[in-house]
Design a protein around this ligand. Structure first.
Ligand SMILES: Cc1cc2nc3c(=O)[nH]c(=O)nc-3n(C[C@H](O)[C@H](O)[C@H](O)COP(=O)(O)OP(=O)(O)OC[C@H]3O[C@@H](n4cnc5c(N)ncnc54)[C@H](O)[C@@H]3O)c2cc1C
Length: 458
């Protein structure tokens, strides 16, 4: 592992009374290509102790609903099975992870945790650290395994756009192609810790949780590493030749990896390595490879840079650039021909058939094509009484319905619609200098009626 993935937080003193090494899995919910797990196994082997993997399931998590939790639990069920087959104990407990885990720390010689970049993920880890920092015996490490190039290594500041972060990541990323194979745990003793999980019956588990049950599980997408891996193989064999045409919403040429990446059920590094292999074996064309890497490596990692270095990434007043706020202020009171409320959006009942089709895809399946996400958000800007109200509506719907919602990409994608990582365009009504999108563009560029038909058939 590239040593820059590791944040060694503190040393510990060997204490022979300690029973295990504790690995707090939270952001990267997988076994494959998981540097944090690999480091935890290495640490356990060093201390000749067994390894316990802890996951905290918090039903007070913002926007928690049945759709996203079902997807997550499907992935965790696989994680548990695989870890147990490797001789690692898996414990799932209900409650706020950073609080519930404390009980298990007293018997741990070391704590290894993965890294998350959203505000609450950082706060969880910080909060826990402040409570356990005086534990002399406990070694603490944190590992970035969610990105190819960890945010702080790629850049020390908020990047202006893809063009500024691209050269930095391109220069560094080969040195982060650093996962070779999973270590083998030597001490396979099972640790008996009461666990709240019965992952064999996910529906029953979901029913126990106080989450929003009005957004049902998606019948279109199955969570977990196996499903992700299979979809990605299909992407390489059947779709990748057409990836350069994938911006047309009527095609189905994208990889659908965002929801798996969001829960860390598959690693972006694994996707990168599989793409390299496919390229070497002539299974993917150079153009497709380059375009995919641009999304996976540059755009996605720019979003992580954005949430890490922008304190107010989730608030209207602070998520964009000065020029964007100036133009929004100048156009705040422009006349709007349509004003819609949430219910009209959620029942696909606006005058715009393309918007309605996109909204239907979102509500029923939990996914929306990238081009339609842009169009969808731009329309909400056009039909809202203020930019701030538009921002709040977009974030609300994004995080409620998308399986990949509540992600750095969610905040960066939405902020982009308000000028972030974009540039000023010719000034016009309502949008000012923000980029504008209209139905004629969809009709001119794409077979958009085929998209509408496919959504009507859902
Ligand atoms: C208004 C708006 C809201 C968005 N909300 C989300 C969200 O909630 N969650 C989310 O993951 N993405 C979001 N995006 C970004 C993008 O639309 C999705 O990541 C993409 O559509 C996922 O589909 P895919 O995995 O099939 O993409 P593919 O084309 O197969 O791309 C592969 C991977 O590259 C990354 N990627 C692709 N497009 C982008 C992009 N524009 N920006 C950053 N990374 C990208 C993703 O990780 C994706 O899984 C949003 C974009 C906009 C404009």
């Amino acid at each position: 592992m590239n040593k820059n993935r590791l944040f060694h937080i503190k040393d510990g003193k060997v204490n022979t009374d300690k029973k295990y090494v504790l690995y707090w899995m939270q952001q990267s919910q997988r076994v494959h290509y998981n540097h944090a797990l690999n480091h935890a196994i290495h640490t356990a082997n060093t201390y000749q102790l067994p390894l316990v993997c802890f996951f905290g399931l918090d039903d007070t998590y913002k926007d928690a609903n049945e759709r996203s939790y079902a997807f997550m639990l499907e992935g965790l069920k696989e994680v548990k099975q695989t870890l147990e087959s490797l001789g690692i104990t898996f414990v799932l407990k209900f409650g706020k992870p950073y609080e519930v885990i404390k009980k298990y720390i007293k018997d741990a010689q070391a704590l290894v945790m993965d890294r998350g970049y959203l505000k609450h993920q950082r706060a969880w880890r910080k909060d826990l650290f402040h409570q356990i920092k005086d534990n002399e015996d406990l070694e603490i490490d944190m590992i970035d395994t969610d990105l190819v190039v960890p945010v702080c290594v790629a850049s020390t500041k908020a990047e202006y756009g893809a063009y500024t972060i691209r050269p930095k990541i391109k220069k560094l990323y080969h040195s982060f192609r650093d996962f070779h194979k999973l270590n083998i745990i030597k001490n396979k003793t099972k640790i008996n810790i009461d666990s709240d999980n019965d992952l064999n019956d996910i529906d029953a588990l979901l029913n126990k949780l106080d989450i929003d049950h009005a957004v049902p599980k998606s019948s279109y997408y199955q969570g977990g590493y196996k499903a992700a891996s299979q979809l990605f193989s299909t992407f390489i064999s059947d779709k990748s030749d057409y990836y350069p045409m994938s911006s047309d919403p009527s095609t189905n040429f994208t990889s659908l990896m965002s929801m798996y990446l969001h829960f860390g059920q598959i690693s972006s590094l694994e996707l990168l390595e599989r793409l390299y292999l496919a390229l070497e074996q002539g299974q993917i064309k150079g153009e497709s490879f380059d375009q995919y890497i641009e999304q996976l490596l540059i755009r996605r990692e720019l979003a992580f840079n954005y949430v890490f270095y922008t304190n107010g990434y989730d608030e209207f007043e602070t998520m964009s650039e000065n020029w964007a706020y100036q133009t929004m202020n100048a156009h705040e009171f422009d006349h709007k021909a349509y004003l819609y409320d949430l219910n009209t959006y959620e029942t696909f009942d606006t005058h715009d058939i393309y918007f309605n089709a996109a909204m239907k895809q979102m509500v029923l399946t939990g996914y929306m094509h990238n081009y339609m996400r842009m169009y969808w958000a731009k329309k909400i800007i056009e039909w809202s009484p203020s930019f701030k109200k538009a921002y709040e509506t977009i974030i609300y719907l994004n995080n409620k319905y998308f399986i990949d919602g509540r992600d750095p990409n969610s905040y960066a994608g939405v902020a982009w619609c308000f000028g972030k990582h974009d540039r000023a365009w010719t000034e016009r009504e309502i949008f000012g200098k923000l980029r504008y999108m209209n139905a004629k563009g969809l009709e001119r560029k794409f077979d958009i009626n085929a998209y509408v038909k496919a959504m009507n058939d859902l």
